[in-house]
Design a protein. Structure first.
Lengths: 126, 150
């Protein structure tokens, strides 16, 4: 018998957990690499924001178009997200949890933009 | 003046080992759209939901867990369209087997923010509770690994 699977919402934000602090030029290298990896899967990086955590930093990558949960988790894996998170996210996706992409933040955590695509900024001014 | 409502997403989790079995954990995903100061609402929500989570873990795993064994995590708050006193809860039982984690869906619930959680009332409901057959089966296939999609 074919088993029913819950349809999950498509994701337009990738969340990456990095447990180390690095210099700003390393972040800029990471931005270029993230754009290339997303391009491999026909996804465009619209915006990238960073928040500091106790152990390192979190990255919020807005992408277009929105992708299925499985591909979003795969992209997060390719972008070097925490391995434990990848494993748990995969299990949550398979069990049909809508809120599968969980990333804990401190209250009032400030997000700082590290990248914004030119297309996105021109679109907002139209 | 009443502050704007935000969507709060809280995750409570606990983990353990059973003799001769694999590592397990239970996650409770609480979501609510509530007005108020972020720090105050976070404290209130934790006060409301931790007893509920302990009760749920006891009901499903038969294990009593102390509050210090519960990990409380918060996602970044987002603006809500409208406030609501309903808090939606989803539970997952996670087991680690064969170098992978598998999740089993437990029945979802709705709590009401502002009412003190009454474990006795919850217990009566628990007696009548049944798994939804279809959902329960949909999780079993993951354990057998017979329909994993790539």
């Amino acid at each position: 018998m074919r088993k029913r699977r819950t349809a999950l919402n498509e994701e337009s934000t990738l969340k990456i957990d990095k447990d180390c602090l690095v210099d700003e030029d390393w972040i800029q290298d990471y931005v270029r690499m993230a754009i290339l990896i997303c391009r491999l899967k026909d996804v465009r990086v619209v915006r990238m924001r960073k928040s500091l955590t106790r152990k390192g930093f979190h990255l919020y990558i807005t992408i277009a178009p929105a992708v299925k949960a499985e591909l979003a988790n795969r992209l997060q894996f390719l972008l070097g997200d925490d391995c434990g998170r990848i494993d748990h996210n995969r299990a949550r996706i398979r069990s049909g949890l809508q809120r599968w992409n969980i990333l804990f933040e401190r209250p009032n955590a400030r997000l700082r933009a590290v990248y914004r695509s030119i297309d996105a900024s021109s679109r907002t001014t139209e | 003046m009443r502050s704007a409502a935000r969507v709060y997403r809280m995750t409570l989790s606990t983990r353990g080992y059973s003799l001769g079995q694999n590592a397990w954990s239970v996650e409770g995903h609480y979501t609510g759209a509530l007005p108020g100061d972020i720090h105050d609402v976070r404290l209130d929500l934790a006060d409301l939901c931790i007893p509920h989570f302990r009760r749920t873990v006891l009901r499903h795993t038969g294990q009593r867990i102390s509050e210090d064994k519960i990990r409380v995590g918060w996602e970044r708050e987002e603006p809500a369209l409208a406030p609501s006193s309903d808090i939606r809860v989803e539970f997952r039982e996670m087991t680690y087997r064969g170098k992978q984690t598998y999740a089993r869906r437990l029945p979802a619930e709705t709590l009401r923010y502002g009412n003190k959680y009454d474990p006795e009332a919850d217990y009566d409901e628990a007696e009548d509770y049944e798994y939804e057959d279809e959902e329960y089966r949909s999780d079993e296939y993951q354990e057998n690994g017979d329909e994993l999609e790539e």
